[in-house]
Design a protein around this ligand. Structure first.
Ligand code: SF4
Ligand code: SF4
Length: 247
């Protein structure tokens, strides 16, 4: 059975797809967007978060302990009196995650909705997600993806999912590389597959001041995607405090 790493599960949200959703944030992303508001989702492995402003420097967390879960981090996670230390990233087997999600089935059936996989970049752990989906009791599944994934992974996901939310952030290849660290050729190819797939999908562009919200960029995206359903998302400025927590 496969294991995946999840850094957050938001229960009963209403903004990540149709109806009432449970959103599962998968750890790891190959991109490094300069505006990313989920920095704790970027590294593939679990990592320590440290609330620097609360720390009084007592040194208790640096004393030796025997807890298995503390070993990878070289600090005790259980003694801080000010709750300064937490870990972003929890390992789930596909069975444990599916069992947790299946508990919402009655709510989804009553109100509409389902599960949304987000990240990070959820397609980095696609084989795990596919195994989770196979264990779900007929729940509607959406994904929020950057579209930056090899074509065979992207195709497999499109074929299995009910709705795909895919970003097209910057059309110009050089600007895309400069602001996200990655080339966008694969994203454009994946969009062409998605458009012909017959699956419901939504293209999203985060509006980042002076980067993605320029007339030139938005016109180029519009020309590329044609009449596809397109959402332009306002900038999220809440990431700064989270970057400070990464060690
Ligand atoms: S135990 Fe908490 S307050 Fe003390 S040094 Fe460690 S993080 Fe800081
Ligand atoms: S694709 Fe999303 S999660 Fe990845 S770096 Fe960009 S904004 Fe962050």
């Amino acid at each position: 059975m496969r294991e995946g790493i999840v850094f957050n599960i938001e229960e009963l949200t209403v903004h990540d797809g149709d109806g009432v959703r449970v959103t599962v944030f998968m750890k790891g992303c190959p991109m490094r967007c300069s505006w990313c508001h989920n920095p704790e989702g970027l590294k593939a492995q679990p990592e320590l978060l440290y609330k620097r402003a609360r720390c009084v420097g007592c040194g208790e967390c640096q004393k030796k302990c025997d807890h298995e879960d503390c070993k990878p981090f070289g600090r005790c996670l259980h003694v801080c009196p000010y709750d300064c230390l937490t870990v972003a990233g929890e390992r789930y087997t596909s069975e444990r995650l599916a069992s947790k999600l299946n508990k919402y089935k009655r709510i989804f059936d009553a109100c509409g909705g389902g599960v949304t996989f987000s990240g990070g970049e959820p397609l980095m752990q696609w084989e795990f997600i596919a195994e989770v989906i196979d264990r779900l009791d007929g729940i509607n599944i959406a994904i929020e993806t950057s579209g930056y994934a090899p074509m065979h992974i992207f195709k497999s996901a499109v074929d299995k999912l009910d709705h795909i939310y895919m970003d097209i952030k910057l059309f110009d290849a050089e600007a895309h590389k400069r602001h996200t660290g990655c080339d966008n050729a694969m994203i454009k190819e994946n969009f062409l597959y998605l458009r012909l797939s017959g699956k419901p999908f939504t293209i999203r562009t985060p509006l980042i001041s002076g980067i993605t919200d320029t007339e030139e960029n938005l016109s180029a995206i519009k020309e590329f995607i044609g009449d596809a359903h397109w959402e332009k998302l306002p900038e999220n400025k809440l990431a700064g405090a989270k970057y400070d927590m990464l060690i």
